[in-house]
Structures are given as C-alpha cells and as structure tokens.
Design a protein around this ligand. Structure first.
Ligand code: ZN
Length: 180
C-alpha cells in the first residue's frame, strides 16, 4: 500500500489500561466495521492482528505493576495526520487525549519513504513530535550508502552489502545547504 507510515508503538501502563489503549487501533477484522464499541478510536491507524489476538497477548501481561506492550501499526498516511492533528468528532480521538484517558505513556517510531517520525506522550497527555529525514550512512569498507532509521542502534548494524560493521553517518543535505 502506498503512503503508509509504519512503525512500532510502545505502550507502558497497567495491564487493563494497555488493553483499553490497544482497542483504539483498527484491527484486521475491524477494517470495514470499526465502531465506537470500545470508545473513541484512532483514525486510519491499523494493526495486522485480529482483535481477539491482541486481547490474548495483552491478557498474557502481568496483572501487577506497570507493563510494556509493543504493537506494529500502519498509519495512512502519517502518525501526525492520524492521531495528532485530530479534529474533535464522534468517532476519533487524539493520542494525547487517549494517553490521558487510559493512563498510559507511549512512544512511537514510524518511517515512510525517507521520513521518520518520533513521538512521545505521557499519561498527562504531554506530547512531543519530531519529523525528520532518515539519516544516511556510508560503509567505509565497500562504499555502499543506506538510509537507516535513527532508532536503530547503528553500532550493531551491519552494511547491507558487505555485512561489515562501522557505518559512518553522512552529512544531511539540508545542513550542507545551510552552511553554503
Ligand atoms: Zn559494506
């Protein structure tokens, strides 16, 4: 599918609160019939799993204390357009409001073509949004150039061509034009 920003949503909170938060995404069996059965939901924000599968996974978390849960999500067309710039209506909720209502804190990394988004939101609804070009690296061994999202630990990342470590960050084009 074109123009989908995909990425990892990491939710921290009590098990029941995490479950409520996951119900705001559109599961694969809800694509054509998502309703407000579980409350307001995230616009155009999809997960591959079925509702029952997500429920079972969350249900497997420890009932005591704070847990962490990860969900792979597709946003059409960016997380910003789906869950941050949300107009109030009868169906959709913003990330900030959801975090407050559900009492969870969330980290989201997405990528789409050469753009990456990095979002954090705490349980008070304090949101931080960053959107940047994905950094490019050059392999000092074979000269290959590759774009690698910044959340990946580059020290452990091998060159996609020769498999060696030691990729070197290339200067950002935007920085060069500013310097010139
Ligand atoms: Zn290489």
């Amino acid at each position: 599918m074109a123009n989908m920003a995909c990425g990892m949503v990491t939710v921290q909170g009590h098990k029941g609160d995490i479950l409520e938060f996951t119900e705001r995404f559109i599961s694969s069996d809800e694509i054509d019939n998502k309703t407000t059965e579980f409350g307001l939901y995230f616009n155009r924000s999809f997960v591959y799993a079925r509702r029952r599968e997500i429920f079972n996974e969350v249900n497997g978390l420890c009932s005591e204390g704070i847990s962490t849960f990860e969900l792979f999500v597709f946003f059409a067309w960016s997380a910003e357009s789906c869950i941050i710039n949300v107009k109030n209506n009868d169906e959709h909720i913003s990330l900030s409001d959801a975090c407050k209502l559900d009492g969870v804190s969330v980290t989201i990394h997405t990528e789409e073509c050469d753009i990456e988004e990095y979002i954090t939101c705490d349980s008070d609804g304090n949101l931080n949004y960053e959107c940047e070009r994905i950094p490019e690296y050059e392999c000092p061994h074979c000269g290959s150039v590759m774009a690698i999202p910044s959340y990946i630990r580059i020290e452990e990342n091998e060159c996609c061509e020769c498999g060696k470590l030691g990729l070197v960050l290339l200067p950002n084009d935007d920085d060069e034009s500013e310097a010139a």
